[in-house]
Design a protein around this ligand. Sequence first.
Ligand code: GZL
Length: 329
Amino acid sequence: MTSISLRAARFRPVSYLLALVSLAFFGCSRETPSSSGADSLRVGFSQIGAESAWRTANTESIQSEAAARGIDLVFSDAQQKQENQIRALRSFIAQDVDVIVLAPVVETGWEPVLREIQRAGIPVILSDRKVDVSDPSLYATFIGPDSVEEGRKAAQWLVDAAGGEAVIAELQGTPGSAPALARHKGFMEVIADHPGMKVVKSQSGDFTRARGKEVMEAFLKSPEGKDLTALYAHNDDMALGAIQALEEAGVQPGKDILIVSVDAVRGAFEAMVDGKLNATVECTPIIGDYVFDAAEALAAGEPVDKRIVVKGAVYEQDQAASLIDSRPY
Ligand code: GZL
């Protein structure tokens, strides 16, 4: 297993602009023209969607890195629907791409199409999220975070900040997705050792700001709403939506209710500077380097570690002002 921490992002404005311009003109599921020749690597990438600031930064990382390396990227945005991802994967087989990169929206339901890809002899890289399959030979490598550890870090921060006493609401990510299942598991593992920490409301906000706001509004209207002292959101976008709901209800986010979330996107740092978010667990979306290092190795018939773990830190309110200008996403 390889562990990697966030490197200074090799941000390439020109290649990023190229990727965005080509995306604007050619839309999704089309080749991203590059300075590549006929023999350039052709990679099919099935992206989940554009549900959060994290996902947008992840797409930018993948597209700009492909452009910088002269890789022909066939990009597909599934709008968070597994059936669209499966359709895109079958299209990549038909186009006979060299490597397939999949960011799976949920953990299950992939074996049949992964077998089709295996029979076509195309290696698969799992980007960001894992799949639950009986046969690990169906993919070459999984490059992404340890989401259980992210949940543990969020819980430990809250235990420390709340002195082991909190009435907690939880905004979960997309049902059945690896990060939602794992971030819940890790969080509950840690608070199990602290009887004063109780989760009294838990519901999915699907990793989006809008749903995070709606679900938080429902939490506040519930019988337990008046007792809440903490919120754990599986991503910053849902936390930012919840913050809006709290303010509209006359509750002071970050003060009346402690809030910890995951991702460490720019919006989270802005909310921490404003005193409305208390901490965020970093989960970097900038993994284009690692994805295409693996793709190039696989295309050259070289071995790649089965698991490449992307690590991150925990950032708190009092650090935000000094760090916000240097954040890479
Ligand atoms: C986490 C990633 C999650 C982010 C969300 O690895 O899959 O998906 O936490 C994003 O912001 O929507």
